[in-house]
Design a protein around this ligand. Structure first.
Ligand code: NAI
Length: 699
């Protein structure tokens, strides 16, 4: 049974308590329970008002999303709302903890809302590719006006109690005892005459009805960053219904939009990601009994691109950090970048000056290892060279207190080898952040052969504390993300030589849903990094190398695969590059032809999926959904496609295997040789996860 609702009368006030731990989701029994309790309060002549509240630690987390996609059971959440709203006695929602999604929608159908000062309110449906589907898009605009409603519904972010009071979502904030204050509130309402239910209020809509241009402009601004997702636009359409249509009609149309989205590909993908992120926290051998070590202080070695960003991420999460560098000049350079980044955030209004100063105050610097010896955690972000890492870990092993966690931010190097440079490999792991590390959500936690379970638990807990999305991966060259990226990039140069232009390839990626294609991305990151790396390894890449030899390193030199004479955001195809490609193709005797977007995707995205399957076979990633989480949070894979492995299953594994075989035959490139797991799943019609679990199944 999915919870219920408890009924109790105190004098003239009935108190209905939602009881469905842990988050009081509005499952079937809660919906029925609340309606029954409202009926009871309606019928009880001694009762003049009702308080609706949540038992346990919160009001309600909203709909029971395990019911999504199943046959709906009556009464619906909309029925609950109608029942609350059409009561002949005032109903007050008394909110503590949080009221999200359907939870907030139910409170909107009450006649008043009071909350504790630390409450969080929100309509996060957009993050699951949906709109609020139980009247939220019709009631909220009637309560706070349509533009303010967009601010809540389109981004889907939580709103604090103070903000909610200011915009009018809350009527009151409780002084100390929420329930007593709520009873007093409902008595006030009962004494002062029944307040108008939101369904009957039009006053906040008048201005937009007269002239909706302000609303439309505001909506356009909010959806500018929708990145190909339908739901933010659908939210706008639904809120506009509040302006354009009568309440009941608006409710019905809101429902239609909700159902259409629920059945669509994007919401399916986004709901997959919602569960995938939770699943990623489950790591074999790291149960609840494994307690993370306390991390009260941290050190970061290296104040370059990554070290600076990692130090910021830790400081932003409330952890004091000591940054260790080789020289005072390096410290000054690194700190100047950090200060500039914080100042930019202040200028943009994303943090206040006080918050900036608080964060900066958590950062200290040193050139001496003695100063970091007592830190609970060290993250090394020095040059990507084994000899340098070896030197650093040797010193850490000498000075660090016993039990300190020693992490490397290496992109490719063997974390087991790094662990062996110390006498305490059980304390060593990889914590691989992504650039810019203070912004990007992904944290690959690299588990070495000897890494202790509580060290992994510490990294998981810390990752969450500083707002990252941690995924535990195994040791291999490039771990999950970079290893798949190199498979994706393997055909970049052949595609150019055979006839595609950089902008053809980039356009295929944009049409697929990426916000940037690989060549524009290369120009942004700097082509010289890979060039130097290839030179040190004795490798070549004809076109990439030729560009670098010309000093075309990308945006930073004004030219790369594109030219940027009108600024870094304005990439223009460059005939010089086309000429270079044609010349190199001729030298190599490659016949050029026109290459379409389908071929580009098959030769880039399919090998990357194939590499993902190999990574699963080797146990480097625990589950296909972990790979999706890596690619969504670290490499901007289009959210609406749910990650590469989810997308592959939607596109059809058999089709992907068939195309991989085709390209393998044609190019001989090993990246196309289908992984055994992929073949097995394709042949048996199983999902990748099922094929992994089915150890005895024959390929
Ligand atoms: P960087 O060159 O910007 O910074 C390295 C910093 O380490 C420099 O400031 C240097 O002075 C300092 N350093 C070098 N040796 C040192 C030593 N022995 N003791 C103290 N400080 C020392 O390099 P970046 O890009 O920050 O990379 C650092 C690490 O992070 C590398 O392992 C890299 O593979 C990894 N990484 C880089 C990413 C990126 O996008 N740049 C992404 C993820 C990981």
């Amino acid at each position: 049974m999915a919870g219920d609702a408890h009924y109790e009368v105190d004098g003239s006030v009935a108190v209905i308590t939602i009881n469905n731990p842990p988050v009081n989701a509005f499952g079937f029994d809660v919906r029925r329970g609340v309606i029954d309790a409202m009926d009871r309060a309606e019928a009880d002549s001694a009762v003049t008002g009702v308080v609706l509240t949540g038992g346990g630690r919160t009001f309600s987390g909203g709909a029971d999303i395990t019911e999504f996609g199943k046959t709906p059971r009556e009464p619906s959440l909309a029925d609950v709302n109608t029942r609350c709203e059409t009561m002949s006695k005032p109903v007050v929602a008394a909110i503590h903890g949080f009221a999200f999604g359907g939870g907030l929608e139910v409170s909107l159908s009450c006649h008043g809302r009071i909350a504790t000062a630390d409450v969080k309110l929100g309509l996060p449906e957009v993050k699951l590719g949906l709109i609020p589907g139980a009247g939220g898009t019709q009631r909220l605009p009637r309560l706070i006006g349509p533009e303010a409603a967009l601010d809540v519904i389109v981004p889907g972010n939580p709103v604090s109690a103070g903000k909610a009071l200011k915009v009018g979502i809350l009527d009151r904030i409780a002084d100390n005892d929420l329930l007593e204050d709520a009873k007093a509130f409902v008595r006030d309402l009962a004494a002062g005459g029944m307040p108008t239910a939101l369904r009957d209020r039009e006053d906040k809509l008048e201005a937009a009805r007269q002239d909706p241009s302000g609303f439309d402009a505001h909506a356009a601004k909010l959806t500018r960053k929708a990145k190909g997702l339908e739901a933010p636009h659908a939210c706008v359409r639904a809120v506009r219904l509040a302006i354009d249509t009568p309440f009941e009609e608006g409710l019905a149309k809101e429902r239609d939009i909700f159902i259409e989205l629920m059945n669509g590909e994007q919401s399916k993908a986004q709901r997959h990601l919602f569960f995938a992120e939770r699943e990623a926290n489950k790591v074999p051998g790291i149960g609840k009994d494994v307690r993370p070590r306390a991390v009260k202080t941290a050190a970061v070695i290296g104040a370059g691109t990554m070290g600076g960003g990692i130090a910021m991420a830790l400081a932003n999460g409330g952890i004091p950090v000591t940054i260790l560098e080789m020289s005072q000049e390096a410290i000054d350079r690194g700190m100047a970048v950090i200060r500039r980044n914080y100042d930019t955030s202040v200028k943009r209004g994303s943090i206040s000056e006080a918050v900036r100063d608080e964060r900066l105050a958590r950062l200290s610097t040193t050139t001496s290892y003695e100063d970091i010896a007592d830190c609970d955690l060290v993250i090394e972000a020095v040059f990507e060279e084994m000899s340098v890492k070896k030197d650093v870990f040797g010193k850490l092993d000498e000075v660090m207190k016993p039990g300190a966690v020693l992490a490397s931010n290496t992109s490719y190097l063997d974390v087991d080898d790094i662990g062996q440079m110390t006498k305490r490999p059980a304390d060593v792991l990889g914590m691989h952040f992504f650039s810019p590390a203070n912004v990007m959500k992904l944290l690959e936690i690299v588990r070495g052969k000897e890494t202790a379970p509580d060290v992994i638990a510490t990294a998981l807990a810390l990752g969450k504390q500083i707002g990252k999305v941690p995924v535990v991966v195994g040791v291999c060259h490039g771990f999950v993300g970079n290893r798949m990226l190199s498979a994706r990039s393997s055909e970049n140069e052949p595609l150019l030589l055979e006839g595609a232009s950089p902008s053809d390839v980039d356009k295929a990626f944009l049409d697929f849903g990426f916000s940037m294609g690989p060549f524009a991305m290369g120009d942004l990151a700097g082509l010289d990094i890979g060039w130097r790396n290839r030179k040190s390894l004795g490798q070549t890449a004809v076109i990439f190398d030729a560009l670098c030899e010309e000093g075309r390193f990308g945006q930073k030199t004004g030219k790369g695969f594109y030219s940027y004479e009108d600024g870094p955001r304005d990439a223009k195809p460059d005939p010089w590059v086309d000429g270079l490609i044609a010349e190199k193709a001729k030298e190599l005797g490659v016949n050029r032809r026109s290459i379409d977007a389908t071929e580009i995707i098959e030769r880039t995205i399919y090998p990357m999926i194939n590499e993902g399957a190999r990574i699963l076979e080797e146990g480097i990633a625990l589950r296909p959904s972990d790979i999706d989480i890596v690619w969504i949070n670290g490499y901007a894979f289009p959210v609406g496609k749910g990650g590469p492995m989810f997308w592959a299953e939607q596109a059809g594994l058999a089709h992907i295997v068939e195309r991989l075989e085709y390209w393998h035959g044609k190019t001989g490139n090993a990246v196309f040789e289908p992984a055994a797991l992929l073949r097995k799943a394709a042949q048996s019609g199983q999902s990748l996860a099922a094929a992994m679990a089915d150890k005895d199944g024959q390929a």
